[in-house]
Design a binder for this molecule. Structure first.
Ligand SMILES: [Zn+2]
Length: 179
């Protein structure tokens, strides 16, 4: 039975001459969606793609020429290494999983976050000012809360504060809730 894969894993491994480190790095880049786009042309047996540089906000351009039987003839990349780098490995893995022999001319574009700006964790997840409770509690609400807490006996930390007869109860509780 003919293979449905344009790029076989065995061909990737032999192209990298069992250089597992590079293949692993490529695998990481692929899994982190660092392959931003890929074009495949079946008549030219060519794959082109943009692969994000690790730790950098830029893309490298990779181009791979395949042989008719799915082998990898030639591959180059615009990164300093230029050949047999992990960007090429990532693109080939992307091709392995996304290309099938029925594809002729195909193009993929990963839905992309802009690469020209770096967002900090704070931009993504703005810090909200934490406030346990803004509302001033009414007598009834305090009472209801006390009742609920006393169900658990004295195991809840500030139950005792709420108990009747505790002189500073309200002030202390309000202070506690404000902090
Ligand atoms: Zn490269």
């Amino acid at each position: 039975m003919a293979s449905k894969y344009v790029i076989k894993l065995s061909n990737i491994i032999s192209f990298f001459e069992n250089d597992n480190n590079t293949i692993k790095k490529g695998e990481n880049a692929f899994e982190c969606s660092h392959v931003h786009q890929m074009q495949y042309d079946a008549t030219l047996h060519t794959i082109r793609g943009d692969v994000q540089a690790s730790m950098k906000n830029k893309n490298y351009k990779c181009e791979v020429k395949l042989s008719k039987n799915g082998g990898i003839n030639e591959a180059k990349c615009s990164c300093p290494k230029g050949i047999k780098c992990h960007h090429i490995a990532a693109l080939l893995l992307f091709g392995h999983y996304n290309l099938s022999v029925t594809d002729t001319i195909c193009s993929w574009n990963a839905p992309k976050v802009k690469t020209d700006e770096v967002k900090t964790a704070e931009d993504w997840y703005p810090i909200k000012k934490y406030s346990a409770l803004d509302a001033q509690l009414s007598e009834e609400e305090l009472c209801a809360l006390t009742t609920k807490l006393t169900v658990y006996g004295n195991t809840v930390g500030f139950t005792w504060l709420l108990q009747k007869g505790n002189s500073e109860t309200d002030d202390e509780l309000q202070n506690l809730l404000k902090t």
